[in-house]
Design a protein. Structure first.
Length: 255
């Protein structure tokens, strides 16, 4: 069986990437997988950081020339010639970046972020694209409720939506050890509207400390991004945490 996976983003070590690459790891054990993306992503490197074992012998990387394969006629024609048994696309709003290109099509909708005002023509395009998918997949019941709200109330659509929870790490174990008085948050450090709310956590922890909390620590762990706007955001977080028992653990290994 041949499976096509469309990933329209630059890849970093985050939860969504872990989820997707774990799916690829499982599928590629007995099938051929083609990962399509407009970016020259190093999937093996990110998989190693995230403790995912990719069988690259069964995985082909196809770099396309645009971040929306639906909008490039040349790319669509080239990719449409491939007879995918299953096609999986990932996205962050109710309009997929491309139509389904397999005999069975799955849209992994991480969260249906708003896409602003849409014209009747744009809403028709959204309905057309998402209707090329047989199933919408998401991470949680919370995401499912928002997807239903967006599709039903905004676009008058009903889709088959399934929740597939993130994979449980079987390597995790419970040892007998004494817990530290610490709060741990694990989430990627990046700026933007759907960041992991580190600033809010720091502010609340500062308030607790100022109100008399003693001998507790806030530990913030996660991967970082090199772009200036994200490094500026990280610097701002460090400045707000200065003088408080708040520690940063960046890009640490899985072990």
């Amino acid at each position: 069986m041949t499976v096509g996976v469309y990933y329209p983003f630059q890849i970093f070590a985050g939860g969504g990437e872990k989820y997707l690459l774990k799916l690829v790891e499982i599928i590629s054990q007995n099938n051929t997988v083609e990962i399509l993306s407009p970016y020259s992503n190093n999937y093996e490197k990110i998989a190693s950081i995230l403790d995912v074992n990719l069988n690259m012998a069964n995985i082909r990387i196809v770099q396309i020339q645009t971040n929306s394969i639906y909008n490039s006629l040349r790319d669509v024609k080239a990719i449409a010639k491939k007879k995918y048994d299953i096609f999986l696309a990932i996205g962050n709003n109710v309009m997929p970046s491309c139509v389904g290109l397999g005999r069975k099509n799955i849209y992994l909708l991480q969260f249906p972020f708003p896409i602003g005002k849409t014209s009747p023509l744009q809403r028709s395009l959204i309905r057309f694209r998402i209707n090329t998918y047989d199933v919408v997949l998401c991470y949680s019941e919370f995401a499912k409720s928002w997807i239903n709200t967006r599709l039903n109330h905004v676009y008058n659509l009903k889709k088959d939506i399934h929740v597939l929870y993130p994979f449980l790490e079987s390597t995790l174990r419970e040892d007998n050890f004494e817990k530290d008085p610490a709060i741990l948050s694990v989430g990627r450090f990046f700026s933007g509207g759907h960041n992991k709310k580190h600033a809010e956590m720091i502010e609340v922890f500062r308030m607790l400390c100022d109100s008399g909390l003693k001998n507790w620590e806030l530990r913030l762990a996660g991967s970082s991004r090199p772009e200036p706007e994200h490094q500026k955001y990280l610097s701002q977080l460090r400045n707000r945490a200065a003088g408080y028992p708040i520690s940063f653990h960046l890009d640490i290994s899985h072990d």
